[in-house]
Design a protein around this ligand. Structure first.
Ligand code: BGC
Length: 752
């Protein structure tokens, strides 16, 4: 039996020990000695992050004016930087950053899909592999993980995150940072803060948010990432409560430094300091430099303002030398703790090997990721797994487009390495004795789309000759990611018409949705036989998808977000606060729309399998507890179906009566269990009472005495519940507030 209690896997690793006190002291002495040798230009170089550009000034690496670089992603590119650096006076190691978001040479399913696996160990493994491949090419720092929560999938960057839930996102933040560190990268928690809550789902837009909500929902994934050893935090592009995050001293000093006890580097986002002029902060680059640096940004990514304007700011006394020294020391500490000195060399053989071929370990993880993230949403007639079909139509240009399989962040992956859905389904069908007709349908299924009704009709005609139709539709890589906000989550172009035409053939239709966010299925869900979300499958995920389609593995993924019926419902999340007039079909004067349904299409946590599992009501090991206790929640899971399955037992909590309004459900833990046909198991999930509290206006975290309900089930709508009473509550300072998946006092695991 495999029961994965999410908390324990992570905590064991965290307990392995961070930088020892002796080493920290030695590093401090080294920094002291070095600081005495640094000129003003050297110091400002350390707070400068210069990006690869058509004209890149390598001599500035040699002079020390560029103390850090980014985006020299390949070994030969980075080799040129190294040559320049070798001639520098002090040879202070460079931070070399690259966006490694879900793989490098090997590409995994993007983070939002990985989240759907609810499998921390698998997420950790993918991050570690991504790091290993990046280190071989000379990168030592990544701008990942993105730990921004979002309840608005109009925002294109939901693809890079972990979805809408703070508990799941925090656990994943920790697992991903652990993996990146284990593979040798310095990690960045981004974007600080609330970047996923931009108005209207538009990228870069302003955010207004109360601080208790910020602390309850938005900060914990950052805290989990920092606890796991993320040494850098990236400030976000958006304004927060009226002040751009890049120049927001309250966020960066009071909250990040004081309340979250962050000791690492704060980097700005790309060109963000320059862009503050568009926020209306000042037209003068000197003012912007002063505002940002004094607000707490330590490193200037790609504006080149610190390098140009800090000397004047310091000469005029508008920035103190002490503030500069503080930022430089932070940068140096990260470099020395991560031992980047040893990494200022490239192993040509290793670099060549990475460029030349895929690592078989990466391939295995990518396939497993495909299996574990294929999310079965609809299968009322058990049409999946496929059986008996002799001729299968695979329809849609996306099925055979390597570039779209790569999603918005291809890193160093190569189109020729991508196993497409078409290829994977063909290979697996062949084993089953079936043949595949690939029908591209239309280049028309690309974005922006031409409306090619003749091509659609022709495709449907051909597909009608087969036994089952697999339609691959969804988003192209340009329709997802940064600067890809959408005002309508319906399938783009003529894709909905394509599905209609395929359904009209009368043949069974299986829809595979590929992309980085939920897409509207209302217009066709009743007409098709099955719907599964397969994300951007990456380099080999399609092999895992094909295995699931043919029943080699049962789907086990669960939704890390609420799937809407209509774009007008957004933003939408399962953990909303209750209202005085809960939605009711019979009463107009309640919390709903008059023109669309109020319920989502699929709730958070939802996903089908090929088994028939039942969960018992929860049993608690106690009926009273204090804030210092743990309650053990046990559920019996039985698989009555004919196939082996993995079930995800989810535990939600509701604080029944409290001084602030509390969500009717909050995920507080989960466990996955593998069950053979006919098998049943008890699964126990421990829940720390301290994690059931909330933040109040002064920033403190309280657990109030009183009744709590524990819900267990397969998604957030479950009604199976048990109750217990907290007899003694607690109130702690912001920095002592519990972090999901992190035991109090846990230390970051050692890096490679
Ligand atoms: C993004 C960051 C990214 C940076 C560097 C920005 O546009 O917001 O997430 O790390 O570019 O590529």
């Amino acid at each position: 039996m495999v029961v994965k209690s999410v908390r324990f896997a992570l905590v064991l690793a965290l307990a392995a020990g961070a930088v020892s006190e002796a080493r920290a002291d030695a590093i401090d002495r080294k920094i002291d000695a070095l600081m005495r040798k640094l000129t003003l230009e050297d110091k400002i170089g350390q707070v400068t992050l210069a990006s690869i550009a058509e004209v890149f000034h390598y001599d500035k690496v040699t002079s020390g004016a560029y103390g850090n670089v980014m985006n020299f992603g390949t070994a030969p590119e980075f080799a040129k930087v190294l040559d320049a650096w070798k001639k520098s006076r002090l040879k202070i190691p460079l931070l070399h950053g690259t966006d490694i978001i879900y793989g490098n040479r090997t590409l995994f399913v993007p983070p939002i899909g990985q989240a759907a696996s609810f499998d921390l160990a698998l997420n950790r493994a993918a991050s570690e592999q991504s790091a290993l491949e990046s280190v071989a090419a000379g990168t030592n720092w990544t701008y990942a993980p993105m730990v921004d929560l979002s309840r608005d999938p109009r925002w294109g960057r939901v693809v890079e995150g972990a979805g809408e839930d703070v508990h799941l996102a925090s656990c994943l933040a920790g697992a991903r940072v652990e993996g990146l560190r284990a593979g040798g990268l310095v990690a960045t928690a981004k974007h600080f803060v609330a970047y996923g809550f931009g108005e209207g789902g538009r990228d870069y837009d302003a955010v207004e948010m109360g601080e208790p909500f910020l602390r309850d929902r938005v900060l914990p994934p950052f805290r989990a990432a920092i606890a796991a050893g993320a040494e850098t935090v990236m400030s976000s592009f958006n304004a927060f409560n009226g002040v751009p995050a890049t120049a927001n001293g309250h966020l960066l000093k009071d909250i990040l430094r004081r309340d979250m006890r962050f000791g690492g580097i704060v980097t700005s986002d790309w060109g963000a300091i320059d862009q503050l002029k568009n926020h209306g902060l000042s037209p003068d680059p000197l003012d912007l430099t002063v505002a940002t640096f004094n607000a707490g940004v330590d490193l200037d990514m790609a504006s080149d303002f610190f390098r140009k304007y800090l000397p004047t700011a310091i000469a005029q006394g508008r920035v103190s030398k002490a503030r500069l020294d503080e930022a430089v020391r932070r940068v140096l500490r990260v470099k020395f703790e991560a031992d980047l000195g040893k990494r200022m060399t490239l192993d040509p053989a290793q670099a060549r090997a990475t460029q030349a071929k895929l690592d078989p370990r990466g391939r295995e993880i990518a396939i497993e990721m495909g299996r574990r993230t294929t999310l079965l949403l609809h299968n009322p007639k058990d049409r999946l797994p496929l059986s008996g079909a002799k001729r299968i139509a695979v329809v849609g240009g996306l099925a055979d487009s390597p570039r779209d399989h790569m999603g918005p962040h291809p890193a160093l992956s190569k189109p020729e390495d991508i196993v497409t859905l078409r290829a994977a389904i063909m290979a697996r069908a062949e084993k089953a004795g079936a043949s595949v007709d690939f029908l591209e349908a239309c280049g028309a299924c690309r974005f922006p789309a031409a409306t090619d009704d003749a091509a659609i009709a022709e495709t449907a005609k051909k597909a009608a000759d087969t036994d089952v139709i697999i339609a691959v539709v969804g988003e192209t890589y340009e329709e997802s990611g940064e600067a890809a906000a959408r005002a309508d989550l319906a399938l783009s172009g003529p894709q909905t018409r394509l599905i209609d035409a395929l359904a009209a053939t009368g043949k069974p239709v299986v829809v595979l949705l590929s992309g980085g966010r939920p897409m509207l299925v209302e217009s066709f869900i009743e007409k098709v036989d099955a719907i599964a979300m397969v994300w951007f499958p990456g380099s080999h995920g399609a092999i895992g998808v094909a295995e699931v389609l043919f029943g080699d593995a049962s789907p086990s993924a669960r939704l890390p977000f609420t799937w809407p019926r209509s774009t007008g419902q957004l933003p939408l999340s399962y953990d909303r606060l209750p209202t005085g007039r809960p939605a009711s079909a019979d009463d107009k004067w309640t919390n709903k729309y008059i023109d669309i349904a109020w319920m989502p299409r699929f709730p958070f946590g939802y996903g089908l399998s090929y088994g028939r599992t039942t969960l018992s009501a929860p049993r608690l090991d106690r009926t009273t507890a204090t804030a210092a206790d743990t309650v053990k929640v046990t559920v019996t899971v039985a698989n009555a179906g004919p196939r082996a399955v993995r079930e995800t037992v989810q535990v939600y909590v509701h604080d029944v009566i409290a001084s602030r309004s509390r969500p009717s459900r909050e995920l507080k833990g989960w466990a996955q269990v593998d069950l053979a046909p006919g098998e049943s198991r008890d699964v126990t999930v421990p829940i720390r009472i301290a994690t059931l509290g909330f933040h109040v206006e002064d920033g403190g975290h309280v657990v109030e005495p009183g009744r709590f309900r524990i819900f267990t089930g397969k998604d957030a709508t479950t009604e199976e519940a048990a109750e217990f009473e907290v007899t003694k509550g607690s109130k702690v300072a912001p920095w002592e507030a519990p972090i999901p998946c992190v035991e109090p006092g846990a230390k970051p695991a050692k890096r490679k």
